[in-house]
Ligand binder design. Sequence first.
Ligand SMILES: Cc1ncc(COP(=O)(O)O)c(C=O)c1O
Length: 402
Amino acid sequence: MGYLNTSAPAFAGLSGRCVQEFFASLPTPCYVIDEAKLEENGACLAGLAQRTGCRILLAQKAFSNYDFYPLLSGYLAGTEASGLFEARLGKERMGGKEVHVFCAAYREEEFDELLSYADHIVFNSPRQLRKFGRKAKEAGKSLGLRINPECSTQEGHAIYDPCAPGSRLGTTRRVWDREMDEGLLSLLDGLHFHTLCEQDADALAQTLQAVEEKFGGLLPQMQWLNMGGGHHITRPGYDISLLERSIRYAQDRWGVQVYLEPGEAVALNAGYLVSRVLDIVENSGIRTAVLDASAACHMPDVLEMPYQPPIYQASTDTAQGDCFRLAGPTCLAGDVIGDYAFPHPLQEGDLVVFGDMAIYTTCKNNTFNGMPLPDIWRMDMQGELSRLTSFGYADFMGRLGG
Ligand SMILES: Cc1ncc(COP(=O)(O)O)c(C=O)c1O
């Protein structure tokens, strides 16, 4: 049956457990990070790095639960940061490994501190390179410029497409020709592009062609090429051999050190959000289970992407069993997670376990409606559960005033 998805990739780490018993003692809602699955992903990425010579960084915007950095540091070359705080976290917690930063625009008053954490600094525009490049170079940093190859490989997701028309992300060839000069070029050690989102290696191969057409003449002058994130490398069925060929192509053609900075692929399918049914309501024949977890607060990508997350032992094919709409307890009418079929009718108090909840969740949640932040738990290699953090009223209040 479709709803018995206990061996689906998102739940492989639970290996068919009875979650009602396994998670019974956890306070809900809470996130559970699956250490064994993280290690499996880490080993996959380390194998890729070993076979090709590329260097792989954790994009912390997707996953920054630093209690797991000691584990990941054994597999990765370092971290990628979107700004000052992530750069500091990477520097302090990822065991002295490389710290790379990309931000669409740096702030003057933060830049000196940023220099104390970062090894690589990637600028978004020739203007930012002109403003900060000399200082960063004198501080001994390796500098890059993010390019925009203007090659969209995803449709219908403009919000996640840095190559969408009018995008602010990356320097197009036209802007390069208008604004770069010899002095600025001499500051650069590498180029960076990030154009993908949850994609396979064919999209990278296509993008690499566009990069070659537009910027290929400049690459032999560079020491490194950072191919960004969005590579779904650890997803079952991902074409890893095409990725390897693409990496080798860049290395051979331009003599560059290749970097990848995936976020999702590092922690894919390595977390669960455990929630409970608080009430069941009915309107126009639709039964809605109101949970203690909220899409808007605890899994915002469900509404932003949007997507429907997998649930342990439930199917999105609503013809398959007892159908319920799952929704959060907030005031937002659209705080709806989706419609699911369960093998038996849901009841107040039942546990509902969402899969693939390590990425873009704990680093993106919020306390809208005064919702408490879910605690974060570790599921260790032996399957033992232990609490890493707990949150309360002070965390809600502390963000609102003093
Ligand atoms: C510059 C950059 N690098 C890396 C990533 C990580 O992407 P993903 O988590 O999809 O692999 C992102 C995501 O937006 C990004 O903007």
